[in-house]
Design a binder for this molecule. Structure first.
Ligand code: COS
Length: 381
């Protein structure tokens, strides 16, 4: 029983759950195998309002709250984790960033199509030489008249191939004494002259979501496409990651939940030594720990989302949720593979895929080590 959720929140979760059961679970293995982006499924998600859940309806979104968003995102992650990456990046970073920091013109031009699912958005912060140390980026932007010229490259960009619009961070003033003041955020369309998509990366997991390098060679970006103020880009990046990390934590819960459910079902079917393996206490204890750790992760996610809905700072809680939920997802999927034994190690069964998909939740939008740094820093405040 969900005593804490409103009717609307439960309705949104139910809608996402039905979509995941009907359309995502049966097809996820296929898209993992082919590494093909499920364009039609993404379009359906757009029509269901899942690509701009917290964005007001006047800007093409569903006008829901963050708690509804995480309830829906968990279901999508359970069905197809790669599509939950696409959903999370579009919602938490591209849409939320344009809504929070954009001008009215930027919202009408970019947010409306991104939130309604007509176009797909991405977030380009990391570079080949700067991941955790994001402020040390090399991509530069120099102003020439009414445009900026961007030069450099971005790495590990979700939806690099299938996406249309990206929030790109670049150094505009490398002399600024504080490194954070050197960076500006730009809204960059794929069609802008000098924008090139690099090679698609062959990943361990999340294979239905394309990840690429982006290359900028005197890429022409109009001055009206600066998002927020010049020199404020690094703060924009970190503020967006606070929300993004709630999304990744949610995704980790969905991945873990799927692996747990498959493990539980298998344990009640598989016979060894003349009984169901669930009847062995070793397996029961594994499943009990899996269920408990998942519930704890979920509560951390819901707490971070609730704080955000209340307009309170939630950076620390987002980092705690991401740290705990991603390490839980890795632990739970490892146990799920163990319950399946040899069958857990082959592609005919889904748990090896969730195990592979889980790993990146400990890495992207801030590694577990970065989350611990953020949390540790907050302890002294
Ligand atoms: N929201 C808004 N502003 C923030 C912020 C947040 N969550 N965190 C820090 N800031 C501000 C700081 O207040 C500071 O501004 P002032 O100088 O005006 O006070 C500025 O940003 C820079 O802060 P600082 O230099 O202290 O950086 P931090 O120590 O806060 O952050 C880490 C350093 C390493 C934690 C940060 O760079 C980080 O999160 N790195 C990981 C990046 C990442 O997740 N990469 C993956 C990319 S997406 S796949």
């Amino acid at each position: 029983m969900d005593l804490t959720f409103s009717d609307e929140q439960q309705m949104i979760r139910q809608m996402a759950r039905e979509f995941a059961d009907k359309e995502l679970l049966p097809t996820a293995a296929h898209y993992d195998e082919t590494q093909e982006f499920p364009r039609e499924l993404w379009q359906k998600m757009g029509r269901l309002g899942l690509m701009g859940l917290v964005i007001p309806e006047e800007y093409g979104g569903a006008g829901a709250d963050t708690l509804s968003y995480v309830l829906a995102l968990e279901e999508i992650a359970r069905g197809n984790p790669a599509l939950s990456t696409v959903m999370s990046v579009n919602n938490s970073l591209a849409c939320y960033g344009t809504w929070k920091f954009g001008t009215e013109e930027q919202k009408l031009k970019y947010l409306v199509p991104l939130a309604s699912g007509e176009k797909l958005g991405g977030y380009a912060l990391s570079e080949p030489g700067s991941g955790s140390d994001a402020v040390n980026m090399q991509t530069s932007a120099r102003r020439e008249g009414d445009r900026y010229l961007l030069n450099g490259s971005k790495m590990f960009i979700t939806s690099g191939q299938s996406g249309h619009v990206f929030l790109v961070f670049a150094v505009t003033n490398k002399e600024a004494p504080k490194p954070a003041d050197r960076i500006t955020c730009f809204i960059v369309e794929k069609g802008f002259p000098g924008f090139k998509v690099g090679k698609k990366l062959d990943k361990l997991g999340m294979r239905a979501s394309d990840t690429t390098e982006l290359i900028f060679e005197d890429c022409e970006v109009p001055v009206e496409n600066v998002l927020g103020k010049e020199g404020a880009g690094f703060r924009v990046a970190l503020q967006l990651l606070d929300g993004g990390r709630i999304g990744i934590a949610t995704q980790a819960v969905g991945i873990g939940q799927a692996a747990y459910e498959f493990g539980l079902k298998y344990a009640t079917e598989r016979q060894q030594f003349g009984q169901k393996i669930f009847d062995f206490q070793a397996i029961q204890f594994m499943l009990a720990d899996m269920a408990t750790r998942l519930e704890a992760s979920r509560l951390l996610v819901h707490r971070a989302a609730t704080l955000r809905d209340a307009g309170q700072p939630c950076g620390r809680e987002a980092s705690m949720a991401k740290l705990f939920a991603s390490e839980t997802a890795m632990w739970v999927t490892t146990k799920a593979v163990q319950i399946f034994g040899g069958y857990g190690y082959i592609k005919e069964y889904p748990v090896e895929r969730y195990f592979r998909d889980a790993k990146v939740t400990e890495i992207y939008e801030g590694t577990s080590e970065i989350q611990r740094m953020v949390i540790a820093k907050s302890l002294l405040k």
